[in-house]
Design a protein around this ligand. Structure first.
Ligand SMILES: Cc1cc2nc3c(=O)[nH]c(=O)nc-3n(C[C@H](O)[C@H](O)[C@H](O)COP(=O)(O)OP(=O)(O)OC[C@H]3O[C@@H](n4cnc5c(N)ncnc54)[C@H](O)[C@@H]3O)c2cc1C
Length: 284
């Protein structure tokens, strides 16, 4: 019975994830490349509790980087700090990320650091700023719902860092995040303006029509080096439209067996996905 449920739920999760192996993710990235959209490959998995799992994720990313290079796929990777060991020990995370960054650098590729729940924000931003002194091929996600983000954006821009601005996907307390959509969007606009005015390279990661069009207007004024980023399975037509309008666009492509937590975040942020889930359960 458990197998039946997980099979049904996997059918809905397949809407947002490429499959269980990196070959699925690379195939999706190649398909996107055919439409002038780059890939950002993410091995699903977070809150790793064993050193062996963190080492396995590190090796898998190293392998992916090699395959992307050998097959000339236009794609980079995106890691989660706790997948590489941040929830075990900061030094373990740094050792693993260092290996990935060196591999990526030698292959002419780059790495994004996803931002996770608020208990990891300070360590993630501090580690990012530390890595930036040694590596120029690393960017970090910043969440517009976090009240501390204006300070983080200021620090990162002053250090010449690369930011991926997103709204934020975790369930956090109102003491530290803005809860109302209007306020989150206002903060997103404010941080986005700071990036257009002062950033050297950055990403606008949203599917929100108003914010995307606001970014295109800012880009006419500031001529900044930036790209749009969206998740696999969400607003696919908009990705193509932006690419045809001449903007650089990347698609975040998750793959792997640990698809549950990621899928729950996608369902939570857009209630119509519950209908997708229901339809899938009814066999539609
Ligand atoms: C490339 C990329 C990387 C990200 N990295 C991180 C990260 O590191 N840390 C983090 O906390 N969050 C991350 N996120 C997730 C982000 O924080 C939001 O949770 C998510 O993008 C939804 O917010 P939105 O900006 O699209 O705006 P919303 O206001 O949620 O949505 C705007 C519109 O987009 C469409 N849409 C949005 N989500 C969905 C969905 N699930 N299904 C169907 N339609 C949808 C709908 O048309 C909706 O009206 C990332 C997002 C992207 C695109």
């Amino acid at each position: 019975m458990a197998g039946l449920w997980s099979g049904l739920l996997f059918r809905i999760a397949k809407h947002w994830i490429a499959g269980e192996t990196y070959e699925h993710a690379i195939a999706r990235a190649k398909q996107s490349n055919g439409h002038e959209v780059h890939g950002i490959i993410n091995l699903l998995g977070e809150e790793t509790t064993s050193r062996e799992e963190a080492a396995a994720a590190t090796s898998e990313y190293a392998e992916i980087l090699k395959v992307l290079h050998a097959r000339k796929v236009q794609a980079c990777i995106s890691i989660k700090p706790t997948q590489l060991g941040l929830s075990i020990h900061k030094s373990l995370f740094k050792k693993n990320l260092s290996k990935i960054l060196s591999d990526a650098k030698s292959l002419g590729n780059s790495v994004w650091m996803d931002m996770e729940g608020s208990q990891y924000t300070a360590d993630t931003v501090d580690s990012y700023l530390e890595f930036l002194k040694k590596f120029d091929n690393l960017g970090v996600a910043i969440q517009a719902y976090m009240k501390r983000s204006e300070d983080d954006v200021t620090r990162i821009l002053e250090s010449g860092g690369v930011i991926r601005l997103c709204k934020g996907a975790y369930n956090e307390s109102s003491e530290i995040v803005y809860k109302r959509k209007k306020k989150i969007n206002e903060n997103f606009s404010n941080l986005m303006r700071m990036m257009f005015e002062r950033g050297r390279g950055f990403a606008i990661a949203t599917h929100d029509e108003n914010l995307i069009e606001e970014a295109t207007r800012l880009s006419n004024i500031h001529h900044a080096d930036f790209e749009f980023e969206m998740l696999m399975g969400i607003r696919d037509k908009k990705k193509l439209e932006l690419a045809h309008r001449g903007y650089r666009v990347s698609e975040y492509i998750p793959f792997g067996k640990s698809w549950w937590a990621y899928s729950v975040r996608r369902i939570r942020e857009h209630k119509s996905n519950i209908f997708l889930l229901a339809r899938s359960l009814l066999g539609g």
